[in-house]
Ligand binder design. Sequence first.
Ligand code: MG
Length: 387
Amino acid sequence: MDRTTKNVAVLGSTGSIGENTLQVIANSEGKLRATALSAHTQLDRLIEQAIRLEPDFVIATCPEQAEKQDWKGLPSHCELLIGEKETETVVRRTEIDIVVTAIVGAAGLQSTWAAVEAGKIIALANKETLVMAGPLVMTLATATGATILPVDSEHSAVFQALHAGNQKEVERIILTASGGPFRDHTPEKLKEVTVADALAHPTWDMGPKITIDSATMMNKALEIVEARWLFDLDPRQIEVVVHPQSIIHSMVEFIDGSIIAQMSPPDMKLPIQYALTWPHRQPSCGRKLSFDEAFNLEFEPVDRERFPAVELGMEAARLGGTSGVVLNAANETAVAGFLENQIKFNDIVPACRYVFDQHPFEATPSLNGLLKLDRWAREEVSRWICT
Ligand code: MG
């Protein structure tokens, strides 16, 4: 094999980011190879991917699902590994150069942590890792020489725009938000939102959890916390603006008032590829922006009363410590409750606020302490849902 080929482990390969990552790898003309793939439940899809991409390893993270699966179709040279712990073993292997962490939610933390410990290049699509444990992860990355590159489109945009100046010259970053499907809903209308309404996103095609987060704007809240740690910013330097077209993916303002924006159609293949080929750029199979027809770019301030999640994100970024882990865990549980019709759309953020406000705050928690609070917040929200 060409020595310049980079071996990529794609954790969460059957999800939306995972599938896009595999397209980017297939388009890389041999510069990237999918060496390991992991999936939790979509194991037929995992086998299909293994037949197509011939990885050395496939990991089925859920033993119960793996047990039920017929693995006959798996290519014979491909080693099957079962259980969540195996992702940690695989990402530590010396031949793995890049780890794409596309597992949704808190479940992505342990494998990302292992990749950081092993000093790998991490294409970070699991924003929860930094929301939950930003200071610990960034400190560990500095110690091990791991490189954390953003896949989140907003953070990729900021990362690209930051190249226009140095850290001291940054005035603020402006994260753009599509505003989700309910941008123009009145508070009364927001009360009536169904699961199907919330799952229909106007500009981005994503998994159910992040689509609901986008509708509540909790996604932006989590991204504020992610940006705070990833770019080592003062939380006061982070702003959010609604930009319904999702063409400008975020901006950096420098101290002289110059604002650098990154523009491209809403297609995750570009930020994924930039993380995989950084510091270089390659021709992309993603969509390109056309100026053959007129189009507008609009901006409007966030209505923080209708979307109180944004303020929660700002608070979590300001407070640090245990606030990110609690916000994330509360939100994951509340969103699951909404998807199962146990609570209303309008209850998701108040449930998070309730648990956030009464959690036993700690400024410098250990990883174990964070995981404990993660469980605590989930139980608290479940109790809140039941009462
Ligand atoms: Mg994003």
